[in-house]
Design a protein around this ligand. Structure first.
Ligand code: ARG
Length: 425
């Protein structure tokens, strides 16, 4: 019997051609592994297609719940946005898929795993590095990266080998989708100046055509994890699906960015992430009640680190475990409700409450009942300002320049200290 390879199979042209190519090139029998992370596909039809093309076995896994629980929720808790903008949908699914590839390879006694990535993107790095961490002994094959076939040559190869080409292969774009978002690349989008044509969007209404009346939604979090919409508790998958539909209908979650890829190039990326955008906004709003100023500052400084780690394929590292320990500990009081309005592409926080809120009305109010000690402010300011005053006296107001350094900070039109001139108008 031939050696076996486990292929991450999407049902698209690349991985369909790969089934035959792996046999022809490496003499390997393919076990097709199709994983549902919310990519709206008929997964059984995809598996059937794999068998029809020649896979010796086709395995399907519904990983939607695990994807949210172990990959998306930590990223949400961290407020992870790559380069402050991309919610990382594709990047988060890669380590999960790598883990399942390795698990199935072990279970089936395969000698290799394979994926359909090109040699130009981030995903090849994420897959390969994750697999290297989990199973250093497994051979990794990336047929598309190796075969250097143009799309036309691929279609020709498919025709020669009797591989049916799915209608979706006709799309001018490269699309990847899961519950956390949809990514659209290539075609006319490669010109960073041209506006994404309407046919790139499939989850979001255009903000100008979205309903004139905003939708209101209340999201309940338990320790940084969303658990209910409008008071109704639901499972993670349903919650994200509902939010994708609702926020998408109001045009929320369209992203158009120039992204710095790990492999050194800039690329134009278009995303639709209605649920992610909404949940990230809501989560931050709840943290503003539940975390102290210093917790927030330190946590904010780690959000970018965590996003980069996810983007760069470093999921299975000790650094991740270390960051995760901080992030999950930081969430123990992040419970409560956030009220949002979704309107024509915008998500607005209009209310928040938490049983662990650090907001104290008696301290914040300007009305009667104010318990803030106004006299204590005087002592506080004397000490807070002490080093400022000391430095001004000893360095900045003295010498020849006589205050010029400070004056400059206020702009050139203000009079020097002590001068009676009026400022030039
Ligand atoms: N640029 C995104 C990332 O690196 C998405 C990549 C996958 N998108 C695609 N259309 N194939 O995570």
């Amino acid at each position: 019997m031939a050696d076996k390879v486990v292929l991450a199979y999407s049902g698209g042209l690349d991985t369909s051609v790969a089934i035959r190519w792996l046999k022809e090139t490496y003499g390997l029998d393919t076990i097709a592994l199709t994983i549902d992370v919310g990519n709206e596909k008929d997964i059984d039809a995809v598996a059937a297609r794999a068998r029809q093309i020649g896979a010796v076995k086709a395995i399907t896994v519904d990983a939607r719940e695990d994807f949210l629980k172990y990959f998306v929720w930590p990223a949400l808790q961290a407020n992870a946005l790559y380069e402050g903008t991309y919610p990382l949908a594709t990047a988060l699914a890669r380590p999960l898929i790598a883990k399942l590839l390795v698990d199935v390879a072990r279970q089936e006694g395969a000698v290799a795993v394979a994926h359909g990535c090109t040699g130009k993107g981030n995903d090849q790095v994420r897959f390969d590095v994750s697999i290297m961490a989990l199973a250093p002994d497994l051979k990794i094959i990336a047929p598309v990266r190796e075969w250097k076939l143009t799309r036309d040559a691929e279609i020709e190869y498919a025709a020669e080998h009797g591989i049916p080409v799915a209608a979706t292969s006709a799309s001018p774009y490269s699309v990847d989708a899961n519950l956390w978002g949809r990514s659209i690349e290539a075609g006319v989008l490669e010109d960073p100046w041209s506006e994404p044509p309407t046919d790139v969007w499939s989850w979001t209404a255009s903000p100008e055509n979205a309903p004139a009346t905003p939708a209101e939604v209340v999201i309940t979090f338990n320790q940084g994890v969303p658990v209910a919409l409008d008071g109704e508790t639901m499972d993670a998958v349903t919650l994200v699906q509902k939010l994708n539909a609702l926020a998408g209908a109001h045009g929320v979650g369209r992203i158009d960015m120039i992204e710095n890829r790990l492999v050194g190039i800039k690329s134009r990326e278009v995303y639709e992430a209605p649920a992610a955008t909404t949940l990230l906004t809501a989560h931050k709003a709840l943290e503003s009640l539940a975390l102290s100023r210093d917790q927030t500052r330190v946590k904010d400084s780690l959000a970018g680190e965590y996003a980069r780690l996810i983007y760069n394929g470093q999921w299975f590292t000790a650094l991740h475990a270390d960051l995760m320990a901080f992030i999950s500990s930081s969430q123990r009081f992040v419970s409560g409700d956030v009220r949002l309005k979704l309107h024509r592409g915008q998500v607005m926080v209009v209310g928040r409450r938490s049983p662990n809120s650090l907001y104290q009305h008696a301290l914040a109010t300007y009305d009667r009942g104010d318990q803030f000690d106004h006299n204590a402010a005087l002592g506080f300011i004397a000490l807070w300002g002490l080093p400022v005053k000391t430095q001004a006296q000893t360095q900045l107001l003295t010498g020849e320049a006589g205050g010029a350094a400070l004056n400059q900070l206020a702009g050139p039109t203000l009079p020097a200290p002590g001068s009676t001139d009026t400022p030039a108008s």
